[in-house]
Design a binder for this molecule. Structure first.
Ligand code: NAD
Ligand code: UDP
Length: 320
């Protein structure tokens, strides 16, 4: 049965893939976005579809709609972008999430909160299980995002307990793929774009910090499975790829996939409060959702490199 689904942050990297997937399943999609980090280009094919509606609005402004499901993603995800206006990042996570939970309560919709591995901060437990409460410094420059997302989880739990709202919480680990913004500052897009443009590959610190990278298609499958599970499983659940790499290994891998690149690796200052290691324990998602990622970093990098090659070509043409 087709549903009416609201996707906040639907013009962003993850949101645009979710819009496409759920529209393709015959649903009516309402995409709400203020285009802070998202782009019209990410949704330009979808706008032509009569079952796709775009509302250009900030999620901190209350809204009244009739919907069956809400995927709540609106929030900048790259450290550079969420630290650009930290007060606004907190407001988006707190006020924006209250608005979406009120909407879910009023129209009896299911709501999925796009939470994050940053909930775990600079983790002292490795790999991270959902039962770990995290190690977050509330005063650091990352706290606007980390604490904002932690508060958003709290709000979901309280609306569930206090008002019976049907919530789902997914904790997303580093995800990459086509539709990432070329200037967004995250490590995979930075390294690929630098390598394609023969610019220095900027490793922050000595590159021994680790991350685990999940390809976008795996994440989208996990998010939809979480929303659709009818076993009353509300999470939180980790969605990520448990293969862990140092940032130095990632830089070397990107260079191996772009053999024509003349780029050299340079080491620059490590940003404040940069987590030293991150890797999901995904046993809960395997057991409850029968989900695990299937796309290896090597294959995902190929597809993402192809996307950025095309984007650079188009941008270059439009500059002429
Ligand atoms: P993104 O920056 O590409 O997308 C975020 C979208 O939200 C953009 O379209 C932006 O314009 C919109 N937005 C931001 N503030 C808004 C506001 N106040 N009102 C309306 N729209 C607003 O980021 P993404 O990687 O697609 O991340 C999407 C969600 O997933 C975020 O909530 C993020 O915290 C979460 N997440 C992402 C990752 C990842 O690796 N990509 C990891 C963990 C969590
Ligand atoms: N990083 C890097 N060079 C870059 C961008 C990021 O070395 O050009 C590092 C960053 O310091 C962090 C890791 O790569 O340790 C992942 O950074 P990203 O911003 O992608 O996401 P995070 O996991 O920190 O939120």
């Amino acid at each position: 049965m087709p549903k009416t689904i609201l996707i906040t942050g639907g013009a962003g990297f993850i949101g645009s893939h979710l819009c496409r997937k759920l529209l393709g399943q015959g649903n009516k999609i309402i995409c709400l976005d203020n285009f802070f980090t998202g782009s019209k280009k990410n949704i330009e094919e979808l706008i032509k579809n009569q079952d796709f509606e775009l509302i250009e609005q900030d999620v901190t402004v209350p809204i009244s709609l009739a919907v069956d499901e809400i995927y709540h993603l609106a929030c900048p995800a790259s450290p550079v972008r969420y630290q650009f206006n930290p007060v606004e990042t907190v407001r988006t996570n707190v006020v924006g999430t209250i608005n979406m939970l009120d909407l879910a309560k009023n129209c009896k919709a299911k709501i999925l909160q796009a939470s994050t591995s940053e909930i775990y901060g600079d983790p002292k437990e490795h790999p991270q299980k959902e039962t770990y409460f995290g190690n977050v410094n509330s005063l650091s420059i990352r706290a606007c995002y980390d604490e904002g997302k932690r508060c958003a989880e709290t709000l979901c739990a309280d609306y569930h307990r206090q008002h019976g709202v049907d919530i789902r919480i997914v904790r997303i680990f580093n995800t990459y793929g086509p539709n990432m913004d070329i200037d967004d500052g995250r490590v995979i897009s930075n390294f690929i774009v630098q390598a394609l443009k023969n610019q220095p590959i900027t490793i922050y610190g000595n590159g021994s910090q680790t991350r685990s990278f999940q390809y976008i298609d795996d994440l989208i499958e996990g998010m939809v499975k979480m929303m659709e599970n009818d076993r009353q499983f509300i999470g939180p659940v980790n969605l990520g790829n448990p293969r862990e790499f140092t940032i130095k290994e990632l830089a070397q891998k990107v260079l191996r996939h772009i053999p024509e690149s003349q780029s050299q690796i340079v080491y620059t200052e490590l940003p404040e409060a940069d987590p030293k290691q991150r890797c999901p324990d995904i046993n809960l998602a395997k057991g409850k959702l029968d989900w695990q990622p299937s796309i290896e970093l090597e294959n995902g990098l190929e597809k993402t490199i192809a996307y950025f090659k095309e984007t650079i070509k188009i941008n270059g043409q439009s500059e002429n």
